[in-house]
Design a protein around this ligand. Sequence first.
Ligand code: HPA
Length: 272
Amino acid sequence: MQSLEQINETKDYILTKIDVQPAVGLILGSGLGTLADEIEEAVVIPYTDIPNFAKSGAIGHANELVIGKLEGKVVVAMKGRFHYYEGFTMDEVTFPVRVMKALGIQQLIVTNACGAVNKDFKPGDLMLIEDHINLTGQNPLIGPNNDALGTRFPDMSNLYNDELRQLASEVAEKQGFGLQSGVYAWWSGPTYETPAEIRMIRTLGADAVGMSTVPEAIVARHSSMRVLGISCLTNMAAGILNQPLNHQEVIDVAAQVNKKFTGLIKGVVSAM
Ligand code: HPA
């Protein structure tokens, strides 16, 4: 588990760059980072400048913390996240969430691009994460617990806050589109799943599959933050359509959904 000294060192560094009180944390998934361009009075800090942050290199991601106003609320947005499949430790993947909490943030919106396992979904749909299934055997809380950061055995029920999900549904409805809702399965990657694995994942009760989000959501719950999870379904998962998967499709579909996604997040942040 991350040390309070490191978390506070990073928090203090960020506080030297801003003179506002952050209210909402945002983690932007693959191809969804352009939302950060809508942030006003933005202070942009490259991860490479931030003490104790790891350095992300995934395609489709910038690597910057963008702090400023979205719909009048102060947000701390991660444009680019740290993935387990890149070789980062669970502490590195989830460190930014610890720092957000230390900055006083109580509400986290975590987003991702993922594959649709539920055959009723289609690429370009947005899905509210209702719950997750952790298929990796990894957990960011393994190791000695720091009681100052959270409890040893955190409850995972209603992790993806039902009030925030309700709010997001209402915002989407007002903006004239519907949201899918479902269970997100965390797959370590970097390989996509095999068709047999997708059949297994569907049998286990998941509607979508992706390579992120769950570690950050677990640490946010450990930190007693309210979490909203939004997935952009960029492709049908392996074996559903008779065609290969590729990362470019993920990025392209995420870009096409951008307007809807940005409108939704802005609407939700405004109403939070
Ligand atoms: N599987 C896992 N992760 C993903 C997918 C997928 O099909 N699409 C985007 N991220």
